[in-house]
Design a binder for this molecule. Structure first.
Ligand SMILES: CC(C)(COP(=O)(O)OP(=O)(O)OC[C@H]1O[C@@H](n2cnc3c(N)ncnc32)[C@H](O)[C@@H]1OP(=O)(O)O)[C@@H](O)C(=O)NCCC(=O)NCCS
Length: 184
């Protein structure tokens, strides 16, 4: 890891050739199909998968945003983004990259003229919960039960879910008439 790597990190959209790197030498192989679906959805404009890259170490962090429709059952009245697969490689944590990626997520959400970001944070993941609370998220409810996905071998897998549903509503913004950039 080079010194001052954080100053040279590049945040960009996930490309198809990045997909193997998201499996982290096998640790996340089981999510292969989920990653591919996220990639396909990004091609359709339905998701925004971001990766953080350094020249020396390649992809060192990732976070995915998926556009969701309103869900009246949960009292969610407008479209929102769901944040998932947020992960920084261990030796790159606690140096500000998570905050940078989250800031880029917020920028993207605003560019899509939306304001709500939801995510699930495992109840036992105190570090992530504090990170989100420090960055303005609030716990909305507890999500328990199971979540189901198809793993890389095509098997349906159920994993217990015991997490907090958290939300951040971005503050209102003003749009500069000349440069269509969000300003506070
Ligand atoms: C949660 C996670 C994404 C945060 O990423 P990160 O890069 O460590 O985040 P940051 O460095 O921006 O902030 C983390 C801490 O470092 C501190 N920090 C920020 N910039 C810093 C800097 N330049 N130097 C030192 N510390 C810094 C922050 O104050 C924060 O401290 P806190 O413990 O009080 O919250 C990361 O820890 C991770 O990948 N965890 C494992 C996977 C995971 O749990 N993901 C979330 C699933 S819901």
């Amino acid at each position: 890891m080079e010194m001052n790597w954080i100053n040279h990190v590049r945040i960009r959209l996930l490309r198809e050739e990045d997909l193997p790197a998201l499996e982290w030498d096998g640790e996340y192989k089981r999510y292969r199909r989920i990653y591919r679906e996220i990639y396909r959805n990004s091609q359709k404009g339905l998701s925004i998968p971001l990766v953080a890259e350094t020249t020396e170490d390649g992809i060192v962090g990732q976070v995915f945003l998926s556009q969701k429709d309103p869900n009246p059952n949960y009292g969610i009245r407008s479209r929102y983004f769901f944040l998932s697969s947020f992960r920084i490689k261990p030796q790159f944590r606690d140096q500000g990259l998570g905050s940078l990626l989250l800031a880029e997520c917020e920028k993207q959400v605003r560019l899509h003229r939306m304001r709500d970001i939801y995510l699930n944070c495992a109840k036992d993941n105190n570090r992530a919960r504090w990170f989100y609370l420090e960055h303005g998220f609030q716990v909305v409810r507890i999500d328990e039960g199971t979540w189901t996905y198809v793993n890389d071998e095509g098997f349906v897998v159920s994993e217990p879910q015991n997490s907090y549903l958290m939300r951040k509503t971005l503050s209102r913004i003003f749009w500069s008439p000349r440069r269509r950039e969000a300003v506070r």
